[in-house]
Each structure stands twice: as structure tokens, then as C-alpha cells.
Design a protein around this ligand. Structure first.
Ligand SMILES: Nc1nc2c(ncn2[C@@H]2O[C@H](COP(=O)(O)OP(=O)(O)O)[C@@H](O)[C@H]2O)c(=O)[nH]1
Ligand SMILES: [Mg+2]
Length: 195
């Protein structure tokens, strides 16, 4: 699959605007500023397909990209997820939870976590929510370039333990160096092959 063959489709502000479910969805979630936009840009080999460092608190939408007529990439709004699951009141909160629980073709949520830090409550809340709802997810520990190899290993082990996953179930990544990018591409391509 050629991840460089990518185009923007739509910013969806309601579930009715989602593209036809004719390809699997790969959704990307993470705390604001974790490096989500940078990860997606690296994944598809574009500098600025997704705007980086967007200010938080802006209008929230589901941004759809189509890769190689094979996969939808869905850029979810940064958390706020905790507030989303506690009081599902505002319309965009309903949009996200409605999407995650209702999109039949959602193949995987890539949960992006900063390798430098401990697991944050909002990350845990998202993962617990996904597990509870039976949604497949792939943790990606990003900004690895900011740590030595030794620290990458020790920090990743701590996050693995916090998430109760094994090393084979996550990817260590850097948008800056491209570490882990091929592995992420291979893992995501599988969702198209098993489609
Ligand atoms: N060193 C380093 N910086 C990164 C990496 N990924 C993102 N950043 C920086 O982190 C900041 C937030 O990145 P962005 O992709 O906009 O985060 P988003 O809010 O999650 O979409 C920016 O200053 C990026 O340059 C990475 O892998 N390594
Ligand atoms: Mg962003």
C-alpha cells in the first residue's frame, strides 16, 4: 500500500457527513500537542497534510483522508476525551463517542502517547473506554527521538505495564526521525488486507 498516495476528503461535523463506509477507518487519537498531526504527516510522507500545533479549543471535527483508495485515516480532535465520556452533552462530544461506538467500519484506533511521560488519566480513560466497547486499538509511543535508546526501552516498559500490553502490541515512534514509521505502515496495511 502506498501511503504517499493520500488526499484530504472532508471535515465532518456530524455523523451524517462521514464518507461512505467502503474502506476501513483508522482513527488517530491523543492528547492535544502529543504529536498526532506530526505522526500522520510522517505516516503519509507529507510535511503539512495535517496542520501541526493547531491551537486547542477550536471547533472540533473528524478529518478524513483517503490513502491509496484502500484506507480512511481519521484525525480525531485532541482530548478533552475525559469530559466527553463523563458528560456526553455537547454536540462534538456526542460526535466523537457516536463515531467510536457506532462506526461499523472502524478497524483500529491509533492511541498516541508521549514516550517521555507516564500514562495520563485521559489516556487511560480512552483505552479503558475502547476496551469496554470492544474497539481495537494500537498504542504508539511518540517523540522517541527525545530520549536515549536506554530510556526509550525503560519508558516503554513502564507504559506497557500501565496499559497491560506486551511490546509486540505497540510501536515506538518518532515523527522527527521516522523511527517506527515503516512498522506502523505495515500494521495499518493489514487492516486493508483483511478487509
Ligand atoms: N522532537 C519531536 N517533536 C515532535 C514529534 N512529534 C511532534 N512533535 C512536536 O510537538 C508539537 C506538537 O505536535 P503536533 O503534531 O502539532 O501535535 P498534535 O496537537 O497532537 O497534533 C510540535 O511542536 C511538533 O513539532 C516528534 O516525534 N519528535
Ligand atoms: Mg494536531
Amino acid at each position: 500500500m502506498n501511503f504517499n498516495n493520500v488526499r484530504f476528503l472532508i471535515s465532518a461535523f456530524s455523523l451524517g457527513q462521514l464518507p461512505e463506509p467502503i474502506y476501513p477507518d483508522i482513527a488517530f487519537a491523543g492528547r492535544s500537542n502529543v504529536g498526532k498531526s506530526s505522526l500522520i504527516n510522517r505516516l503519509v510522507g507529507r510535511k503539512n497534510l495535517v496542520k501541526t500545533s493547531a491551537r486547542p479549543g477550536k471547533t472540533q471535527s473528524l478529518n478524513y483522508f483517503l490513502v491509496d483508495d484502500a484506507l480512511y485515516l481519521v484525525d480525531l480532535p485532541g482530548y478533552g476525551f475525559a469530559r466527553v465520556s463523563r458528560k456526553m452533552q455537547s454536540s462534538w462530544q456526542q460526535l466523537i463517542t457516536g463515531y467510536l461506538s457506532g462506526r461499523r467500519t472502524l478497524a483500529c484506533v491509533v492511541v498516541i502517547i508521549d514516550l517521555r511521560h507516564e500514562l495520563k488519566p485521559l489516556d487511560r480513560e480512552l483505552v479503558d473506554w475502547l476496551r469496554h466497547h470492544g474497539v481495537a486499538f494500537l498504542p504508539v509511543y511518540t517523540k522517541a527521538d527525545k530520549l536515549s535508546k536506554n530510556r526509550q526501552t525503560s519508558h516503554a516498559s513502564a507504559l506497557d505495564a500501565a496499559l497491560t500490553i506486551t511490546p509486540g502490541e505497540r510501536i515506538i515512534f518518532s515523527a522527527r526521525t521516522g523511527q517506527g514509521c515503516r512498522e506502523l505502515q505495515s500494521r495499518l496495511a493489514l487492516y486493508h488486507e483483511s478487509w
